[in-house]
Design a protein around this ligand. Structure first.
Ligand SMILES: [Zn+2]
Length: 309
């Protein structure tokens, strides 16, 4: 009972949040009114579906794991950069994702407030590896949110491996980039869980972060993210899906000079040509404004870090 009550409280809080941030929906997102309607529908459906979902995700967890658990990964690092990753995950968390504003909140007095987090969605398609190389060259950490259909081929797996080997965090952006609000709870669960399985198979660890396509979460996606030990993460701002910013100069200018650039902002970019081209100027511009880039390894919650608490 307690657990269910807790989950429900969290949903309610989250639904309010979704309404306030949905205007930022990316990747050709839906209208705000639809989201509100969806939220209302969700509230009605929670009663019937919650138990069912809990059972469903429990049964998923109950299945014999085909791949190593986080604990096993820590104990038996593979031959790649696993050791380095394992060391990073034992760091004390310094930031928390604030689901009301989708910004990072410092957890300690030592953690600098003037940080931003860079995230890249719809990866790895044509430009993610190039973007990762730029980031590595400029010493900027980031999260690459991957879609399962993009890592289904040998080429896609190779790109994912290269990005992970460079030390970047990998997030779950679902398999087919469907709007989760339009899928059954079963289909939503599959869209999310199979990506974690596939990422784990390819790079040896599961994503710690989850981002719904278009930022359109549901109570199912929030529940599955929780069960899969992932931190849900929308974003504070992003522009590269708007036609007027599909050009490096305009994109770099707005990404650096928007009023939405504040302490803890989570920046959204995509695996796109103009975004890749604008990336060096965006990084430099943000640094010139006095911000540093937050390390995803220092964000609280999800798999390995949570296990240490
Ligand atoms: Zn996307």
């Amino acid at each position: 009972m307690d657990k269910r009550g807790c989950v429900k409280l969290r949903y309610t809080k989250w639904m309010i949040t979704l309404t306030s941030v949905s205007m930022l929906a990316a990747c050709g997102g839906e209208e705000t009114e639809e989201v509100i309607e969806e939220n209302e529908t969700i509230e009605e459906e929670v009663e019937q579906s919650e138990e069912e979902l809990a059972e469903e995700t429990e049964s998923l967890e109950g299945e014999p794991p085909e791949t190593a658990t986080d604990e096993e990964v820590d104990e038996e690092p593979a031959e790649t950069d696993e050791e380095e990753v394992a060391e990073e995950t034992v760091l004390e968390p310094e930031y928390r994702v604030n689901p009301d504003t989708w910004t990072l909140l410092p957890l300690t007095e030592e953690a600098p407030e003037d940080v931003v987090l860079l995230t890249i969605d719809d990866a790895p398609d044509e430009y993610a590896v190039q973007m990762a190389e730029t980031l590595e060259e400029m010493d900027v950490p980031a999260i690459f949110f991957v879609n399962g259909h993009l890592i289904d081929s040998p080429e896609g797996k190779e790109k994912l491996t290269r990005i992970a080997d460079m030390g970047f965090a990998i997030g779950n952006h679902t398999w087919a980039h469907e709007n989760l609000t339009e899928l059954s709870p079963e289909d939503q669960t599959e869209e999310i869980v199979i990506v974690n399985e596939q990422v784990q198979t390819v790079i040896g660890e599961k994503p710690r972060f989850f981002r719904a396509p278009f930022g359109e979460n549901t109570e199912t996606s929030m529940l599955v993210a929780d069960r899969q030990e992932m931190v849900p993460m929308n974003w504070t701002y992003g522009y590269d899906w708007n036609e007027e910013y599909m050009e490096p100069e305009a994109l770099a200018d707005i990404m650096v000079n928007t009023d939405l650039l504040v302490d803890g902002s989570i920046l959204l970019m995509h695996d796109r040509e103009w975004s890749a081209a604008a990336l060096p100027e965006i990084i430099q511009g943000i640094r010139d404004k006095g911000y540093t880039f937050a390390d995803p390894a220092l964000i609280e919650g999800g798999g390995a870090v949570a296990d240490i608490e």
